[in-house]
Design a protein around this ligand. Structure first.
Ligand code: SF4
Length: 325
């Protein structure tokens, strides 16, 4: 953890690990998702999950969480050159990590994945490859492919959606996988030497602080290398928005999100890098609340909150007794 900080921030990790300004270049390669009906991905897919057409996670909009800085750019080449120009100008970045971000970025035959990853890595001087996906979309061939990039000298991360360690919640939000699928994928990636960043959402239907603490203990036990926290918000065109409009779901106040972040991070190891504390979906995709939480100020507020409460990331972390990786 960086001196003077109570949170192990990813920005500090990158600075210390690479010794220069490193930024991630997000790409939407047009992947589909096995958890919903999209037929235009590199997999040439129609989403059938467990023999049924799947309608997707109830909070996910049609963009599949495409990065806002990509705007309406379509080709991968355009996206990479646009993002590189933006990141150079805005952050004076020195080096870059390639990040397949939108939808399920392993949802294609492994030969197509290799061709796509290779071609996109060749578009810039990338030091790492980051792939965002679901735990049930990582077969052995795909894990072997990702491990091969590590052997070629790239830092390889998989961003793996969990959202909650409560199976009842996963059913309710239509995730289409179980908690055990996440631990299985994490263990197989760990054995291949690939770092995992887990995605979680605070404020999911039926969940309060108890369920969030359960998720923290689960992830702490698995020893994930990174964590991305999202505050639940309701995007246009999502099933979850219908539920909130019917008055069936509450909105989480920011103060509760802050408390949840603090209590979650107390339980996580101090070595887990914190890559995100809130979502950055822009106002045009949000129905409720319209305003996003300002990321940088949330980090500052959390530092103050944790200082005032005499706590820090890892304070309540207990070393797991027997985790087999
Ligand atoms: S959140 Fe991810 S897994 Fe769920 S429907 Fe959207 S792209 Fe698919």
């Amino acid at each position: 953890m960086h001196a003077g900080s109570r949170i192990n921030r990813y920005a500090d990790y990158l600075r210390e690990h690479y010794g220069c300004r490193v930024r991630r270049v997000p790409v939407d390669a047009g992947f589909g998702c096995p958890n919903r009906q999209l037929a235009h991905g590199p997999g040439g897919t129609t989403a059938v999950h467990d023999g049924k057409l799947a309608s997707g996670c109830s909070y996910c909009d049609a963009t599949g969480s495409r990065a806002p800085i990509l705007g309406s750019l379509s080709s991968v080449k355009e996206q990479v050159s646009g993002a590189l120009a933006f990141l150079r100008a805005r952050y004076s970045a020195d080096r870059y990590l390639l990040y397949f971000q939108a939808n399920t970025s392993t949802y294609a035959p492994v030969d197509q994945l290799r061709t796509l990853y290779d071609a996109t890595l060749a578009l810039g001087d990338f030091m790492g490859l980051i792939v965002s996906t679901r735990p049930d979309c990582l077969d052995k061939e795909t894990v072997d492919l990702l491990a091969a990039y590590k052997d070629r000298g790239f830092e390889v991360w998989v961003e793996l959606g969990l959202q909650s360690a409560c199976d009842e919640t996963l059913v309710r939000i239509g995730r289409g996988h179980e908690v055990v699928d996440f631990s299985d994928a994490r263990q197989r990636l760990g054995r291949a030497g690939i770092a995992v960043a887990a995605h979680v959402i605070f404020g999911l239907p039926g969940e309060g602080l108890d369920e969030i603490m359960k998720t923290a203990r689960f992830l702490a036990g698995l020893g994930v290398e990174g964590i991305k926290i999202h505050d639940l918000h309701y995007c246009r065109g999502t099933a979850l928005l219908n539920e909130v409009l019917l008055g069936e779901l509450p909105l989480w106040p920011k103060a509760l999100h802050l408390e949840a972040c603090s209590r979650f991070l107390e339980l996580m190891p101090g070595t887990t890098t914190v890559m995100r504390l809130c979502s950055d979906n822009p106002p045009d995709r949000r129905a409720l609340p319209r305003r996003q939480i300002e990321k940088a100020s949330l980090y500052r507020e959390l530092e103050v909150y944790m200082e005032n409460h005499g706590t820090w990331q890892g304070r309540l972390f207990k070393e797991p007794k027997a985790i087999q990786l």
